[in-house]
Ligand binder design. Structure first.
Ligand code: GTP
Length: 249
């Protein structure tokens, strides 16, 4: 099974890949770490497949005279062009779980062709799921929550594989009622009215209706890679979502 970690810059992808991998190993599962971020400085884990062995953002900047953003866009296009070659190397790794770390600039991975192409290839190897990371430290208001879930919904639509949401950095949340906001649509509506004003309130209320089906279909977990809280539940959620009988497809 391949588990692809996607989320905005700094949401905790690399840390969670590392901690979840450790947790899986401790629980008797065989894990391969796969780094698809050509811009990563360092990974906390030791990758079995590392895209930086083929190209890095820094090299592309030097070779093609591009800035960091242009080089990352180019890197994502190379990733898409060579997806078949990389897929065959990743598929040869074996093991129970392939944990896949993706670039910090998740919008480039998701909205250019690299993400969908890689996902199509991975799905041929076996069960593939996206864990979408929401940085719990950055959710201050109901509109923040709706914004990140909109991003997750866009990711689900673009990549077309099962997706589970995880709120990271549960040890450092900005709101103590975050779980309730995600689980109780009535409460979320009340908080939108209480905390947002004017046109934004109207817009967020309308938009929350689009997000409700995503919230209703699965529980959103709070995980702390720092303390290890929620890693067992993350594993159950992933197994549930990739099970033939799961209803998250
Ligand atoms: P990019 O690939 O650069 O986008 O980052 P990333 O999404 O891989 O995030 P990374 O794992 O590098 O973590 C970003 C920051 O968040 C680091 O300073 C981590 O130490 C911190 N962090 C990650 N997980 C947790 C957590 O569970 N709790 C807290 N408090 N901090 C965390």
């Amino acid at each position: 099974m391949q588990v692809v970690f996607i989320g905005p810059a700094g949401s905790g992808k690399t840390t969670l890949v590392n901690k979840y991998g450790e947790w899986l190993s401790q629980n008797g599962r065989e894990v391969s770490f796969i780094n698809l971020d050509p811009g990563a400085d360092e990974t906390l884990y030791s990758p079995s497949f590392d895209v930086r062995g083929f190209f890095t953002v820094e090299e592309i900047m030097g070779r093609e005279g591009l800035g960091p953003n242009g080089a990352m866009m180019r890197a994502m296009d190379i990733l898409a062009e060579r997806s078949i070659e990389f897929y065959s190397q990743i598929s040869a790794l074996g093991g129970d779980y392939g944990l896949i770390d993706t670039p910090g600039q998740s919008e480039l991975f998701v909205f250019r062709s690299a993400g969908p192409k890689i996902m199509r290839s991975l799905s041929k190897i076996g069960r593939t799921i996206v864990v979408f990371l929401i940085d719990g430290q950055l959710v201050y208001s109901p509109s923040d929550l709706i914004a990140v879930f909109s991003l997750a919904a866009a990711c689900r639509l673009r990549l077309n594989v099962p997706l589970v949401h995880v709120v990271t950095k549960a040890d450092a949340l900005k709101r103590s009622d975050l779980e309730r906001l995600m689980q109780d649509p009535k409460y979320l509506g009340e908080k939108i009215v209480e905390e947002e004003a004017g046109l934004l309130q109207e817009y967020v209320l309308e938009h929350s209706k689009l997000i409700h089906p995503f919230l209703r279909r699965q529980r959103t977990l709070l995980v702390s890679a720092l303390s290890g809280t929620g890693l067992d539940l993350l594993d159950s959620l992933i197994l549930d979502a990739t099970c033939e009988c799961g209803d998250l497809r």
